[in-house]
Design a binder for this molecule. Structure first.
Ligand code: KIV
Length: 266
């Protein structure tokens, strides 16, 4: 069996210029496929809220929902690193509460790391986690848990001041001990600068080609989530059309008596 992807391996990949692949999963079957195919990191993102649970934003997602789905993903992932996404208000109140909730992802759900959104302001939380040996992935740029503060999901870091702040946030996260940072929906040039400035890997989504790795929501890539397709998504399949066609055939055949046939009967 291949060895599990570790934080050291990811830093080594950055140093060697090997691109890191990350995708989301929320269930056992998808996780097993991603693991078998050699995805480096499986993120149990709080995008779970929109993709699987039908919420309008990620804000209502709870710790219990995240742990439930992280457990299912972890059961299938033998080689990929499993990262659990900390939901809104599970880490913002105090470093102690953040530490307790981060620990639950490793202790109760078998994740190898956690992810949280924010820069310098969340470093006291990151520091507590790193101190006890919990690997932390940061997340800058569009941080969907701050959707109401950002006024939507528009590109972040276009203005000079905002770009400077993001670079300083990335440095602060690295200094505090984060092992990688997701950069979401920021200009390519800024992502390139951050990637060159810090020694830990950057993983981009809508952040151009210069990051050390890329992440997408798996259902976006497979053409399953049709509510909204962002510009940064490449659809490698149109699975919702395939599902429609398969389910329509099933309905037709059950109605007509064609299914089940002799070969499906005892
Ligand atoms: O929740 C999520 O899926 C994410 C990725 C899009 C990075 O945070």
């Amino acid at each position: 069996m291949n060895k599990r992807v570790t934080v050291n391996k990811l830093v080594e990949m950055k140093q060697n210029g090997d691109k890191i692949t990350m995708l989301t999963a929320y269930d056992y079957i998808t996780s097993g496929l991603l693991d078998e195919l050699g995805i480096d990191i499986i993120l149990v993102g709080d995008s779970l809220g929109m993709v699987v649970l039908g919420y309008e934003t990620t804000l209502p997602v709870t710790m219990e929902e995240m742990l439930h789905h992280t457990r299912a993903v972890a059961r299938a992932a033998k080689r990929s690193m499993v990262v659990g996404d900390m939901p809104f208000m599970s880490y913002q109140i105090s470093p102690e509460e953040a530490l307790y909730n981060a620990g639950r992802f490793l202790k109760e759900a078998d994740a190898q790391a956690i992810k949280l959104e924010g820069g310098e302001e969340i470093c006291p939380m990151v520091s507590k986690m790193v101190e006890v040996g919990i690997p932390v992935m940061g997340h800058l740029g569009v941080t969907p848990q701050s959707v109401h503060q950002m006024g939507g999901y528009g590109v972040q870091g276009r203005e000079e001041e905002a770009a400077k702040k993001m670079i300083s946030d990335a440095k602060a996260l690295e200094k505090t001990g984060a092992f990688s940072i997701v950069l979401e929906k920021i200009p390519s040039a800024l992502a390139k600068k951050i990637t060159k400035t810090i020694g830990i890997p950057t993983i981009g989504i809508g952040a151009g080609p210069h990051c050390d790795g890329q992440v997408l929501v798996t259902q976006d890539l497979l053409g399953m989530f049709e509510k909204f397709v962002p510009k940064f998504v490449k659809q490698y399949a149109k699975l919702s059309d395939d599902i429609r066609s398969a389910i329509s055939s099933y309905i037709k055949e059950v109605k007509s008596g064609e299914f089940p046939g002799e070969e499906h009967s005892f």
